[in-house]
Design a protein around this ligand. Structure first.
Ligand code: CA2
Length: 150
């Protein structure tokens, strides 16, 4: 890994998160994904991290990006959205990456219906943040900055 990639963080967002701030604000709030990206870029600058922020509605695309991250990134922040509860493919890709991984959910998944309680992705995550709203992404970056500086 080069010196540049040692501070490079991939932030992945799963299906429907492109609708943030537009639909269902009572659950997910009024902040759009573009605003969360801007907050992550700002936090990254403060913390000395380069942030690569992406969203896809496709499971295969997310798996491909995780594979790519194995050799180019120092850590992953992932909000897998609905794939959290269904995707063994994403779980396996994350495990294979051998990178520090923070799973983020904007809402508190444990206060929601039972189908949202068991995330496969958590089995590969270094840590899990949920219910802090968009601030969860910044908290994840803060953790990774400290973890990578060790
Ligand atoms: O709270 C989160 O960040 C979630 O990962 C969001 C997922 C949900 O399946 C997880 O349980 C928790 C859903 C993202 C869908 O986002 C929408 C945004 C606006 C309108 C409709 C869906």
């Amino acid at each position: 890994m080069t010196k540049a990639s040692m501070s490079h963080i991939l932030i992945l967002n799963g299906p429907n998160l492109n609708l943030l701030g537009v639909r269902e604000p009572h659950i997910y709030g009024h902040t759009t994904l573009a605003q969360i990206e801007a907050q992550c870029r700002e936090a990254g600058q403060r913390l000395g991290l380069e942030v690569d922020f992406r969203q896809s509605n496709s499971e295969g695309q997310l798996v491909d990006w995780i594979h790519e991250a194995r050799t180019t990134m120092a850590g992953i922040v992932i909000n897998p959205a609905a794939y959290s509860f269904t995707s063994i493919a994403i779980l396996d890709a994350l495990k294979a990456s051998q990178l520090p991984i923070v799973e983020v959910h904007i809402s508190n998944i444990h206060r929601r219906e039972e189908m949202y309680h068991k995330s496969y992705v958590s089995l590969a995550a270094t840590g899990v943040i949920c219910g802090l709203g968009p601030l969860g992404y910044e908290a994840a970056l803060l953790f990774l900055a400290k973890h990578l500086a060790k």
